[in-house]
Design a protein. Structure first.
Length: 70
């Protein structure tokens, strides 16, 4: 991908957002995400895939984001 789009997933540690975020990362998107409760297996799998995960929700998480996935 020539110009990586930055995509931020709200609720990234959930069973729906997690796999889509990993697939998007493998497709070349720049992925980050946040979750109210950052814990469990998904957290570690996201970190293993070099996806930055923030705890809680804050406007600063989406300052330079192209797409916000909710």
């Amino acid at each position: 991908m020539k110009n990586k789009l930055k995509v931020h997933f709200m609720g990234i540690c959930g069973g729906g957002a997690f796999p889509i975020a990993v697939i998007a990362k493998k497709m070349g998107f720049d992925i980050s995400g946040c979750n109210l409760n950052v814990s469990g297996n998904y957290k570690y799998l996201l970190i293993e895939n070099n996806i930055e995960v923030f705890e809680g929700h804050d406007l600063s998480h989406i300052d330079d984001v192209d797409i916000l996935a909710i």
